[in-house]
Ligand binder design. Structure first.
Ligand code: 13P
Length: 251
């Protein structure tokens, strides 16, 4: 059985006071609970260490990116290595978010290296993939995600050190979501692609999250789709009522 993962990507949001309050609110919701799902929050790098240092149980804390170099330290101005992220107390990192693929021109090769660095440092890599609006309109969604899986998921990935997040680019921050049929189609195709890449056993255990305009009102439906093993939440993860409203649909 794959446990669902409810993950928040705060992106470049929250200053210290509000960010620590938000993290504390998530930790409070989870404290002492035997939740039937896992919870992860990914604050900006500026708050990662402080958030990870707050006493908390069970909840994962992740960065939104790690450096691409295979070195864990050195002359790489502005970069933060996976080893450093782990050292701050993080458990996970996102890699290959579409905002990084687009704004920082990250290729599948770069994303794969970052995922590998994360795994080697003892982090779970959340590998993000997803087609653009034009690619979907051209009927290329399945080809694009298959190519991204092949190119961005390291061959050594397991269900413990890797999670996939399918985030159609056109659904991110737009309020638009694919139909449940479309989500089912892509998630099934992702599972098939993982099977050819990693074998049946690992592929059947690996979690595939859906991301893109998830909110309390659509979470139950999206999370009930076959092969959807959780959600990666952007905007709605910045308000505890919304983030927990989404999580609570799984209680
Ligand atoms: P929204 O939930 O704001 O659409 O963002 C999704 C996302 O990009 C999470 O990584």
């Amino acid at each position: 059985m794959r446990r669902k993962l409810i993950a928040g990507n705060w992106k470049m949001n929250e200053l210290k006071t509000e960010g620590l309050e938000l993290a504390q609110a998530v930790f409070d919701k989870c404290a002492g609970q035997k939740l039937p799902f896992d919870v992860l929050i990914c604050p900006p790098m500026s708050l990662l260490g402080m958030v990870a240092d707050l006493p908390h149980e069970v909840v994962g804390v992740g960065s939104q990116d790690v450096a691409c170099t295979t070195k864990s330290a050195g002359a790489f101005t502005g970069d933060v290595s996976a080893t450093m992220v782990k050292d701050l107390g993080a458990t996970h990192t996102l890699v290959g978010h579409s905002e990084r693929r687009t704004m920082h021109h990250e290729t599948d090769e770069v994303v794969c290296q970052k995922a590998l660095n994360a795994m080697n440092a003892g982090l779970t890599a959340v590998v993000c993939i997803g087609e653009t609006e034009i690619e979907r309109e051209n009927g290329e969604a399945l080809t694009v995600v298959a190519r991204q899986i092949k190119g961005s998921v390291p061959k050594t990935a397991t269900a413990d050190n890797c999670v996939i997040a399918y985030e159609p680019v056109w659904a991110i921050g737009t309020g638009k979501t694919p139909t449940t049929e479309d989500v089912a189609e892509v998630h099934t195709a992702i599972r098939q692609e993982l099977t050819s890449l990693l074998g049946e056993k690992i592929a059947s255990q690996m979690r595939i999250l859906y991301g893109g305009s998830v909110k309390p009102s659509n979470a139950k439906e999206l999370l009930s789709v076959e092969n959807v093993d959780g959600a990666l939440i952007g905007g709605a993860s910045l308000k505890i009522e919304d983030f927990w409203g989404i999580a609570a649909t799984q209680l």
